[in-house]
Design a protein around this ligand. Structure first.
Ligand code: ADP
Ligand code: MG
Length: 901
């Protein structure tokens, strides 16, 4: 029975599946031709076809599949193959599951599943699907179950959506938690959202607090401009630019800026955000968060500052270090030159003293011979020049004896005015600027005048007699800052004398050296290079400081800083001019240098005094502690030996009646000079002195009697010492003292030079000196003279010849050595520095050949020349040698008629 056109199979069947079912060849299956189907089956198919829900009927024991259109869609690629297929074949991948369904339902049971997960191969590939499945039996015409109706609702989409939703929810929860945590750390200062279209900003509670908005306003939304007002004016442009950029590009936004807090201070924040866009690509929302970065920013800034200034600070430190080193170097240099200069001047003065003394004695004997007097006067002038030079050197070395008095600077400068005008000439204009109420200073008037005059003369030279010289005196209080880097200067009150010129000024390399003695830029004969070194030494010795400011082409200012003195001005002393003569008083002369001692003795004897001499303070103590009458102690300040001159003076003062002391010195050390001042009660006569000076000083000390002789450091007078009875013989022998007077012999006993430490090279073989030289009396002694300098060799050779010695002179040790075995010599007289083998090595070699030879070593470096290992019995002499010294050294060999001549 054919189906009507619209109806397929059975009347009322409609649609695609109705057609397919109608046309299917059911006769080939167990169901048989469709026309023969039982009613129940046809009715079930009709119901199924009418349902919009995917339904499938599994008929018969094998479950032949008959399904509707909705199921066909569900079946995907398996449709239409599934139609009329046994279910186990139709879905072989879930055959097991379906078998269970068939068995259960054909037995009358039902099954239902929600979101049953199965893997199906609908399109040829495995597919994970979820379904709601409902199975129920369908009865045949007899009422017994003959098939199973399955309602298949695929829920895959819903299940997946649900899963995704759950995952998204979990993620959201997590994100929220994290955000909450971040917000709670305090680093977050608030979150905000900019509504791009309206331009209003909404923020959370923190945002409201940070930007000082009421919370309602912040949640409702404020104008962006109102919000950005709290941003530091310097940072607003940057924030605007970055915001616009983020809205244009969609890139994350990040800006660091300062915002004004409630208290008015600014704090650094970082804003992070990202603009959101609609489908048209227009910016819509712009959410973000504010973070507190203040501390990090401040740390960064100070680090940057530190790094930026680091280079400068390192450079400053290096420069300061270099300056300090330079100052130290300069100070050390001046110190070294100072002690060298002082030493030279000291020895020089002793030399001058001998010459001067002898010249004066010669002058007394010269009678009227004009030629003789002329020579004597020339020689005396030379001594004076030498003495001046030595005085300058001592001044630099801070060892000139100073007689400081309290001076009024105004009166001092007024007194110098005429002298300055004379020294500077007509063309130089002199201006004097003195402040009112100038403080007093304590200084040696003559030396201070001398210093200022030196500065004025330097200024004149620098101005080439055309310019202005300004002399100033002013009070100044120096603070620590000014004294920084000037170790000689301490903060306090000073009077500053300054001399300013408008001259050439100095280059730095010259300025650096001007204080060095003998440094001059002036042509020969115009400068000594001693002016500024003298000024430097004098000012330092007076407790002050010299500062030079000079600029090339601009002129120079030299400032002398003297500490303020609060004592009243010392009245000026009246000059004593007459040279008084002695009245037969006894003077004990203590002096270690034999020549100086001799000169002093002779001068005093000529002046009419009785003289006792001692070569050391130790020896002099013998006299002082005895009953010998002494009216005056005249002693050198510095001498070898245990007893110091000051101690000796104390002992003399302790005698009854007390004996006054007159000190003399080539320079003064701390024994009697403290801080540039003579100790109270001490009178000093500087070497070299003239007979008149000596006469005047001796008289004045004798007249004054004993003042207070202050002990060094303790200010105590030495206790009275019990006296011994004086035994002239034992005193003389034991300690090299002697008595001489006006009418007695002026000859000095030869001092015990052998044992004096400064002269003896060694005394390790005491016997060698004691043993007499092997020399036959009558015959001249033989001298082997070794000297490389031709002039010296000839002069010495002549001198030795004149002394009556038989002299062989050679130029080197190498020439000398071969002579020794062949010829017997009494004396080896050799220079220390020779071109080949040195003099001391020659002496050692010769001594091996001839152990009893007398060795005399001479050196241009003087008695302190360095030789290696000690040479037994050898004597070391300094150049230049004078005849009296030679006589002394060679006394044993000399013909006594010659020696006495
Ligand atoms: P002297 O004047 O004998 O050269 P000083 O010790 O007085 O020795 O001065 C040393 C050097 O210092 C001078 O040769 C000169 O180069 C420089 N000098 C000193 N004073 C001045 C000055 N006022 N202006 C320029 N240079 C000066
Ligand atoms: Mg000068």
């Amino acid at each position: 029975m054919p189906f009507p056109a619209q109806d397929h199979g059975c009347p009322g069947w409609k649609g695609e599946m109705a057609r397919r079912i109608s046309e299917f060849d059911w006769a080939a299956t167990d169901l048989g031709a469709i026309q023969n189907w039982p009613r129940s089956l046809t009715a079930s198919v009709q119901m199924l076809l009418a349902s919009p829900v995917p339904l499938v009927l599994l008929w018969g024991q094998s479950g032949y599949m008959i399904y509707n259109d909705a199921y066909a869609i569900f079946a995907g690629g398996r449709h239409p193959y599934l139609l009329g297929c046994q279910v186990e074949h139709g879905w072989p991948e879930v055959a097991e599951f379906n078998r269970h369904v068939m068995v259960t339902c054909l037995a009358g049971g039902t099954l239902s599943y929600r979101d049953k997960q199965l893997v199906l191969l609908r399109e040829g590939k495995p597919e994970e699907v979820w379904m709601d499945l409902y199975y129920s039996p369908v009865a045949d015409d007899t009422g017994a179950p003959a098939g199973v109706l399955a309602i298949v609702v695929e829920t895959t989409a819903r299940v997946l959506t649900e899963r995704w939703r759950q995952r998204a929810e979990a993620e959201l929860r997590e994100t929220n938690e994290r955000l909450q945590l971040a917000l709670n750390t305090g680093a977050v200062l608030g979150t905000w959202v900019l509504d791009v279209r309206t331009g209003s900003v909404t923020g959370d509670e923190r945002f409201a607090r940070t930007f000082a908005f009421p919370l309602e306003e912040a949640t409702k939304g404020v104008e962006r401009n109102a919000a950005t007002q709290v941003i530091h004016p310097d940072d607003q442009a940057l924030n605007d630019r970055l915001t616009l950029e983020a809205m244009r590009t969609g890139q994350p936004f990040r800006a660091e800026y300062r915002i004004r807090r409630r208290d008015g201070d600014y704090m650094w924040v970082q804003a992070n955000g990202q603009c959101e866009f609609n489908e048209q690509g227009e910016p819509t929302r712009f959410p973000g968060v504010l973070i507190d970065i203040h501390e990090r920013k401040i740390a960064e800034q100070s680090l940057r500052q530190l790094t930026e200034t680091l280079e400068q600070r390192v450079a400053d430190a290096v420069a300061a270090q270099a300056l300090a080193e330079e100052q130290l170097r300069q100070a050390q240099k001046m110190e070294a030159i100072g002690s060298l200069t002082g030493g030279v001047a000291h020895d020089f003065n002793n030399v001058l003293q001998v010459i001067n003394g002898n010249l004066q004695m010669l002058a007394a004997d010269a009678g009227d011979s004009p030629a003789m007097l002329r020579r004597l006067s020339a020689a005396t002038d030379a001594v004076k020049r030498g003495a001046k030079l030595a005085a300058h050197l001592l001044a630099f070395a801070r060892r000139q004896p100073l007689s400081p008095t309290v001076l009024n600077p105004r009166r001092l400068l007024a007194g110098m005015s005429e002298m300055l005008h004379r020294a500077l000439g007509e063309t130089v204009k002199i201006e004097t600027v003195l402040s009112d109420d100038l403080w007093h200073v304590q200084a040696d008037r003559n030396q201070l005048e001398n210093a200022l005059l030196n500065l004025a003369i330097n200024a004149r030279d620098a101005m080439q007699a055309d310019g202005t010289l300004t002399v100033r005196a002013a009070n100044r209080v120096l603070d620590a800052a000014f004294c920084h880097g000037k170790p000689e200067l301490s903060p306090g009150e000073y009077v500053v004398f300054s001399v300013t010129d408008t001259g050439t000024g100095m280059k730095p390399e010259i300025l650096e050296r001007v204080f060095e003695p003998f440094f001059t830029t002036k042509p020969d004969g115009h400068g000594t290079g001693l002016g500024l070194s003298m000024v430097f030494g004098f000012v330092r010795q007076s407790g002050g400081h010299t500062v030079i400011d000079s600029e090339e082409g601009q002129g120079t200012t030299v400032s002398l800083f003297f500490p303020r003195c609060c004592e009243p001005e010392t009245p000026e002393a009246v000059d004593q001019t007459a040279a008084p003569v002695g009245g037969g008083e006894t003077i004990l002369v203590v002096e270690d240098d034999a020549d100086v001692r001799l000169t002093a003795v002779e001068m005093l004897a000529q002046l009419g005094y009785k003289v006792l001499t001692a070569s050391s303070a130790d020896a002099a103590l013998e006299f002082v502690d005895s009953d010998v009458p002494i009216d005056l102690l005249f002693t050198d300040v510095v001498m070898p030996g245990k007893v110091k001159s000051v101690e000796l003076a104390q002992r003399a003062a302790a005698r009854s009646p007390a004996v006054p002391t007159l000190f003399t010195s080539g320079y003064t050390r701390d024994e009697i000079v403290h801080h540039g001042k003579l100790d109270a009660g001490i009178t000093l006569l500087s070497k070299p002195y003239r007979r008149d000076d000596l006469a005047r000083k001796v008289r004045s000390v004798l007249r004054a009697g004993v003042a207070r002789v202050v002990g060094v450091g303790d200010g105590q007078i030495a206790p009275c010492v019990p006296r011994k009875a004086y035994d002239p013989a034992s005193a003389s022998e034991a300690s090299g003292t002697s008595v001489s007077g006006r009418h007695e012999s002026l000859h000095e006993p030869v001092p015990s030079l052998e044992n004096s430490p400064e002269n003896s090279v060694t005394n390790s073989l005491p016997g060698s000196m004691a043993s007499p030289p092997v020399h036959q009396p009558g015959k001249p002694a033989r001298v082997l003279l070794v000297e490389d300098d031709l002039d010296s060799r000839e002069a010495l050779s002549d001198l030795l010849g004149a002394l009556g010695l038989d002299c062989t002179a050679v130029a080197s040790a190498e020439d000398a050595l071969p002579l020794v075995p062949a010829q017997r010599y009494d004396i080896l007289f050799t220079d220390l520095t020779l071109p080949g083998m040195s003099g001391d090595n020659l002496a050692r070699a010769v001594l091996r050949l001839q152990p009893d030879i007398r060795v005399l070593l001479v050196s241009g470096y003087g008695k302190s020349a360095q030789i290696g290992e000690a040479i037994p019995g050898a004597r070391l002499l300094g150049k230049p040698l004078d005849i009296s010294q030679l006589r002394r050294e060679l006394a044993e060999w000399l013909d006594h008629t010659e020696a006495a001549s």
